[in-house]
Design a protein around this ligand. Structure first.
Ligand code: ZN
Length: 325
C-alpha cells in the first residue's frame, strides 16, 4: 500500500499549561532539559539524555524504556531518537521543541549517522507538537531559528532538482514537477520574508518560519521525496561533518552549504546570506581549508553515497579554485 504521512497536530500553548495524565518517558538533551524543566509538570518514570544519533544508541534504550507516552524535549537529537522509540514501542509521541532548529519535529523519519553519511529510516510522525513561543524566544540565538536552513535549502535543492531533470538523472519517482517547484519557491520566499523577525525571536516571525517548515514537510510527504528541499547543500553538510565532528548544529553545516552551492549554481546569494545572518546562523564555524578539502572530495562522496544528482556531483577543480582558493 502506498501511504502518505501527515504532519503532527500543532498546539500553541505554554509548556506550564500542559496537563499530562499518563506516565512519561522523557527523551531530551542536557541543555534543553535544563532550560525548560522548571516549566513542566510531568510524571516522569524514565529519562534518556541523547548525545548521538545512531541506531545502536537508540536500540540500547528499547530494553529499559518505561511509560505510557513519550515526550521529546529539545531539538533534532531528542526528536529523532524519540520517533524511533515511539515507532518500535508503538507509544504516542508528544514533541516540545526548545528551539526551531530543524524540521525533524514535523517529519516521520529519523535521521541517523552510519558510516560517513546521514541516513533516514521511516519511524513515525509525532502525534502532537506543542509550541511555546516564550520558550523559543529564550533559546540560544544561534539555534533559535536555525530551522530556516531547511527552508532556505529550497533555493539550492530545487535548482539541483531541475538540473538533474535536464540531465536525465531523475528517476520515475523523483521526476521534476513544475507546480511543486513553484510551491517550493513560494515557501522559500516566505522564509526570506520572516527571517529578520524570526531571528529576533518574535512570535510572528517564528510562526511564519514554522508554517514554512510545515508546508515544506507536507509537500515532500505528498510527492514522496525531498528533492525540492534537500540537495547539494545537505550533501556538503553530511560530508563536512566527518571532518568537523558531531558537535556542530545542523545550521552551522547546512548554512555555509547553501551559500557555497548557490554560488556554484550561479544564483544570487545576497538574500540568502542576509536571511542566514538575520537568523544568526554561524557562517564561519568551518575553516576554509576544511571547506576546500570537502568540496574537492564532494563529487566522489556523492557518488559513493548514492545521493540524488545535483551540482555537488559535477564540481570541478577549476570552479573550486575560483571560489575557495
Ligand atoms: Zn536539513
Amino acid at each position: 500500500m502506498t501511504h502518505y504521512w501527515p504532519i503532527p497536530f500543532i498546539e500553541e500553548k505554554t509548556f506550564s499549561s500542559i496537563e499530562e495524565k499518563k506516565t512519561v518517558a522523557l527523551v531530551t538533551t542536557a541543555a534543553a532539559w535544563a532550560a525548560v524543566e522548571s516549566r513542566l509538570n510531568l510524571s516522569l518514570v524514565w529519562q534518556a539524555e541523547m548525545n548521538e544519533a545512531t541506531v545502536p544508541a537508540w536500540r540500547k534504550l528499547l530494553d529499559t524504556i518505561e511509560g505510557e507516552v513519550i515526550y521529546a524535549v529539545g531539538g533534532g537529537l531528542a526528536v529523532d531518537a524519540a520517533k524511533y522509540l515511539a515507532a518500535e514501542k508503538d507509544l504516542p509521541l508528544v514533541c516540545l521543541p526548545t528551539a526551531l532548529s530543524v524540521d525533524a519535529f514535523l517529519t516521520w523519519a529519523s535521521g541517523y549517522r552510519e558510516g560517513d553519511c546521514v541516513r533516514y529510516v521511516e519511524t513515525r510522525c509525532p502525534d502532537r507538537l506543542i509550541i511555546d513561543y516564550d520558550v523559543l524566544a529564550s533559546a540560544p540565538e544561534s539555534i533559535r531559528a536555525a530551522g530556516i536552513c531547511d527552508t532556505l535549502s529550497i533555493a539550492t535543492g530545487r535548482w539541483d532538482w531541475k538540473y538533474a531533470e535536464e540531465k536525465g538523472m531523475n528517476t520515475e519517482a523523483t521526476r521534476f514537477i513544475p507546480y511543486i517547484d513553484r510551491m517550493a519557491e513560494a515557501i522559500l520566499n516566505g522564509s526570506l520574508d520572516c527571517a529578520a523577525s524570526a531571528g529576533r525571536g518574535e512570535r510572528d516571525g517564528l510562526k511564519q518560519l514554522l508554517d514554512g517548515l510545515a508546508m515544506e514537510v507536507q509537500m515532500c510527504n505528498l510527492i514522496g521525496h525531498s528533492r525540492p528541499e534537500e540537495g547539494s547543500e545537505h550533501y556538503f553538510a553530511y560530508s563536512v561533518e566527518n571532518t568537523m565532528g558531531k558537535g556542530l548544529p545542523h545550521g552551522d553545516l547546512v548554512g555555509p552549504g547553501i551559500l557555497l552551492m548557490a554560488e556554484f549554481q550561479g544564483q544570487e546569494t545576497a538574500p540568502l546570506r542576509k536571511a542566514l545572518e538575520d537568523c544568526q546562523i554561524p557562517l564561519n564555524s568551518i575553516p576554509n581549508p576544511v571547506i576546500r578539502e570537502t568540496l574537492l572530495n564532494l563529487p566522489d562522496y556523492c557518488r559513493k553515497q548514492g545521493l540524488p544528482h545535483g551540482i555537488a556531483h559535477d564540481l570541478t577543480q577549476d570552479q573550486i579554485d575560483r571560489l575557495v582558493p
